[in-house]
Design a protein around this ligand. Structure first.
Ligand code: GTP
Ligand code: IMP
Ligand code: MG
Length: 340
């Protein structure tokens, strides 16, 4: 049966760290999807979710950990570091909700070793999490996959089949992307990119969902742009200026300082095109406009903040349906009802 229940893809609009984790955790708690499914590269990602004052750091699990009825799945295209994954499953006590695809490639110690020096670390500025070397072994067809790993046995299954069945049944499914559009191996600032495509089409392919089954592509932009590692960052600010504006961030996985630049409309327009985005989530509006902090109604936002949102909508010709006004999961202006 084909229904009109949506499968939504959430994707990063710039260089990663746009706040996808927080947006997915909000959508999961609010909309209670049947499953949230990770696409993207692997444990090079670092999501921070803040709920009731507690901070949760995730590298492998989908960000819906706090939505107790949501199944947490990892698509076949995602690399798994078994130590990181098993540790997160234990820490967040989610073993009954996990399904990982039997065909996920495995990151081994040797991949991490190869990612910690030489060209990858020194020239590209990788996260050192072993993802590039592990993806190259997958291409060479010598990588181990999840079904070969004893410690993962109880979590392994057929994610693409399960997800497509859920969509058939009219259930809500969120496909969670990681990294960001301009870190894509093909569409990004090559060679300063990650080890595969990470645009919306790739996230669907990671999970095994065809393009006709997705009804919404939510692209996440931060109110300014950040980038870690090497590579082009248009309008990059000096570190003192980044600090002065309150834009300084520390990377979740590597502890590196994120470089920053003002919101870039040209990049955003290209990202909308590359992902066929249907709506926008804009995070960290409170950092640009401190009076927006904690607001949950659009009408309560400061005038300049509202103008900034409207300017994004006008130039990108898409609705900004969700606005982040603080780090907490529910520091959100949800305009989906208002805009529909
Ligand atoms: P990757 O998958 O690694 O690309 O990361 P991500 O997109 O999930 O973003 P990440 O969690 O690395 O970085 C975003 C940071 O901004 C986190 O520390 C979040 O807690 C924080 N954050 C997200 N949305 C908001 C917001 O609207 N306001 C504020 N003040 N902080 C936010
Ligand atoms: P790799 O993905 O570890 O190979 O790193 C390649 C490039 O992508 C480097 O510039 C990293 O800093 C960047 N990168 C990879 N994953 C993320 C992420 O989740 N957030 C931000 N940057 C990332
Ligand atoms: Mg991150």
């Amino acid at each position: 049966m084909v229904t009109d229940m949506p499968a939504m893809v959430v994707v990063g609009g710039c260089f990663g760290d746009e706040g996808k984790g927080k947006i997915v955790s909000y959508l999961a708690m609010k909309d209670k999807p049947s499953a949230t499914v990770r696409g993207g590269v692997g444990p090079n990602a670092g999501h921070t979710v803040v709920y009731e004052g507690r901070s949760y750091k995730l590298r492998m699990l989908p960000s819906a950990i706090l939505s107790k009825q949501t199944r947490l799945m990892i698509g076949a295209g995602v690399l798994i570091n078994p130590n990181v994954l098993l540790d997160e499953i234990k820490t967040f006590d989610v073993s009954s909700r996990i399904l990982i695809d039997s065909q996920c490639s495995i990151i081994e110690d040797d991949h991490i070793e190869r990612d910690k020096g030489g060209h990858l670390r020194e020239r590209i500025g990788t996260t050192g999490s072993g993802t590039g070397p592990a993806n190259s072994d997958r291409v060479l067809r010598i990588a181990k996959v999840a079904k070969d790993i004893t410690s993962l046995k109880s979590y392994v299954g057929d994610v693409s089949l399960e997800v497509n069945r859920l969509i058939d049944d009219g259930a809500l499914v969120i496909l969670e992307g990681t990294q960001g559009t301009f870190l894509s191996l093909y569409h990004g600032t090559y060679p300063y990119v990650t080890s595969k495509d990470v645009t919306a089409s790739a996230i669907c392919s990671d999970v095994g969902v065809g393009p006709k089954r997705v009804s919404d592509v939510l692209i996440v932009f931060k109110s300014y742009v950040t980038r870690v590692g090497e590579g082009f960052l248009p309008g990059e600010l000096r570190e003192e200026e980044t600090i002065k504006r309150g834009w300084r961030e520390i990377a979740t996985v590597t502890g590196r300082v994120r470089r920053s630049a003002p919101f870039n409309f040209e990049l955003a327009e290209r990202a909308v095109m590359l992902n066929s985005a249907t709506q926008i989530a804009l995070t960290k509006l409170d950092i640009l406009f401190p009076d927006a902090r904690g607001m949950t109604r659009f009408g309560d936002l400061p005038k300049d903040a509202k103008s900034f949102v409207k300017c994004i909508e006008d130039s990108l010709k898409l609705p900004v349906s969700i606005v982040g006004t603080g780090p907490e999961v529910f520091d959100i202006v949800d305009r989906r009802v208002q805009l529909s």
